[in-house]
Write a protein that binds this ligand. Structure first.
Ligand code: F6P
Length: 551
């Protein structure tokens, strides 16, 4: 049992923050004027990432108090405990070792008497060998044809990481190999994704940590039926063996499903689903980008892990960003956090982060079962810039809520288009730089008037500014840099969870809905007695469904 959580509100640092808040009025114009070195003072390097927090609410005294709070809530001790394999996931009595997934070959992390790093590399070697066979055409389907399409079937952490990274790393894909992702129980998903596929050249990867998830098992059965119905009769008997592989911690259940254990890749209870893209859960990605790029992806995670493990708190980017989020939520009242990648390739990154952050820290009790003592968890959301600018940025600029935002951009484009003498990537970056500038410095009434604006509409055109952002830049979006970004947000999430005292690695809150969905089966299927047991609203909704089902 780890030590009890430390109530952040009982610490001297919290009192210090309270004092600071008494006359805390963010004023970026004044802060930059008073401190010409502010950009430098609050910009940091973490692996290949340049992280500018000078347009965040960090000041010297806020930083010191937040670092103090991190120390007084034992963030660094808990980080070390996580990385050495202590059972910090209390409610599930598990170690939390996604960092072991990227530990270098030959290193040692012992869990229950076994070096898990050896196990990790054993599975990685099998995943890489399999990926090479599929990529080279050596792995053939039941009729002897090489694989052209890989279909990943999984949901939540068994989908969001692989699909996000597949989309992000499009320039690294092998041309003649496509990966599709089926996740939703909505039959539309399987229907649309299977459309147009040739069963002879399609490989399914069934990914489920538990191998009990209703969506995944249902879609896997749909895929198996689709395959067997469409392949020539004489090859059907052996088809599952060459067209289905699985990734799971429950290899017995994989065998029950009919998948050859030889074609199953394991992982471990100490890898949370939402932290699992660097395990065999990323097999579809390893096939798509190849083992070398996948190894770079893991090396990127590792570089960020090392920064998080070793950088002093005052320069430790995940620690500072996590503590800033605590500041925004608990002292400034923020309830949401935008993540805005100026990279179309990262269009699924905010969705991926939603599971990572909200499934981790959406908790109201602490790891010792007591109630939390502060607000916890923010709604993470976002879309790539510049699309978001033309949709929801208005609320961030001029709305009444405080919405801290992380902006992410890369110095180099993949497509060096030039139009009318303009480098298109510079147009993108111009927007990236302009938005954080506008959010920080705003536009005063006098500046609006100076443009000759009619007095009646001056108020509508004033930007208050003083809206906090972080700017994250890297030379380009490589597998390594993507790994760094993932690990950065994993560790930010961890830091927040420790301060709040929650178990960031369980997800009991999603269980109730799952149970209820399966309990409702008989009522939906038309069992009157089961229908009669429902509450009036659910009964009426099911009745509506029955009335219109075949209308
Ligand atoms: O419902 C939540 C959840 O348990 C996630 O945490 C997990 O990533 C997802 O379901 C899928 O679970 P599995 O990989 O076991 O199918």
């Amino acid at each position: 049992m780890p030590p009890s959580p430390i109530d952040p509100t009982s610490t001297p640092a919290w009192s210090r923050l309270g004092e600071i808040m008494q006359d805390f009025t963010p004023d970026f114009r004044a802060w930059f004027a008073e401190n010409p070195g502010r950009a430098e003072e609050f910009s940091f390097t973490a692996a290949d990432l340049h992280v500018d927090l000078s347009k965040s609410f960090l000041t010297g005294e806020v930083r010191d108090a937040l670092v103090g709070l991190a120390k007084e809530t034992a963030v660094e001790e808990r980080r070390d405990a996580m990385m050495r394999g202590d059972r910090i996931n209390v409610t599930e009595d598990r170690a939390v070792l996604h960092t072991a997934l990227r530990a270098p070959r030959g290193s040692e992390i012992i869990v229950d008497g076994e070096n898990v790093v050896d196990q990790v590399h054993e599975v990685l070697d099998r995943v890489y060998a399999f990926a090479e066979k599929v990529r080279s055409g050596e792995w053939v389907g039941a009729t002897g044809r090489p694989i052209e399409t890989v279909v990943n079937i999984g949901i939540g952490g068994s989908d969001l990481g692989p699909v996000m990274a597949y989309e992000a790393l499009k320039p690294y894909l092998q041309e003649d190999l496509e990966v599709r992702f089926i996740s939703n129980i909505d039959p539309t998903d399987a229907g649309e994704k299977l459309a147009g596929l040739d069963p002879e050249t399609t490989l399914f990867i069934i990914v489920s940590k538990t191998f009990t998830t209703m969506e995944t098992l249902t879609n896997a059965k749909v895929a198996r039926a689709w395959l067997l119905d469409s392949l020539p009769e004489e090859v059907r008997d052996d088809a599952v063996a060459t067209h289905f592989v699985a990734v799971s911690t429950a290899l017995d259940k994989v065998a029950e499903f009919g998948i050859d254990p030889e074609n199953a890749f394991g992982f471990w209870s100490w890898v949370g689903g939402r932290y699992s893209v660097g395990s065999a859960v990323g097999t579809s990605l390893a096939i798509a980008i190849g083992p070398d790029n996948f190894a770079d992806f893991l090396a990127g995670h590792r570089a960020m892990d090392e920064h998080f493990a070793k950088a002093p708190a005052e320069e430790n980017v995940p620690l500072l960003m996590g503590m800033l989020n605590v500041f925004y939520v608990n002292l400034m009242g923020a309830t949401s956090h935008a993540v805005l990648p100026y990279s179309q390739y990262l269009h699924r990154f905010p969705a991926y982060l939603q599971q990572l952050t909200m499934e981790s820290n959406g908790k109201s009790v602490r790891w010792d079962g007591s109630a939390v003592t502060t607000a916890t968890g923010e709604v993470f959301w976002g879309e790539p810039g510049t699309n978001g600018q033309h949709a929801f940025y208005q609320l961030i600029h001029q709305g009444t809520q405080l919405i801290p935002a992380d902006f992410i951009a890369f110095a180099n484009p993949t497509y060096p288009f030039e139009t009318d003498g303009n480098d298109q990537h510079e147009l993108l970056l111009g927007n990236f730089f302009a938005q954080t500038k506008a959010l920080a410095f705003g536009k005063s009434a006098d500046e609006v008037r100076a443009e000759g604006t009619d007095e009646a509409i001056v108020p509508a055109r004033v930007f208050s500014g003083n809206r906090p952002t972080a700017s994250i830049m890297a030379p380009y979006l490589s597998p390594s840099v993507l790994g760094q970004l993932i690990a950065l947000y994993e560790h930010i999430t961890f830091v927040q969870g420790i301060v709040w005292g929650v178990d960031s690695f369980d997800q009991w809150g999603v269980e109730l809905g799952k149970e209820m969905a399966s309990d409702l089966g008989p009522a939906i299927a038309g069992d009157d007695e089961a229908l009669g047991e429902q509450d009036p609203s659910t009964r009426a909704l099911i009745a509506y469904y029955h009335r219109f089902r075949d209308a």
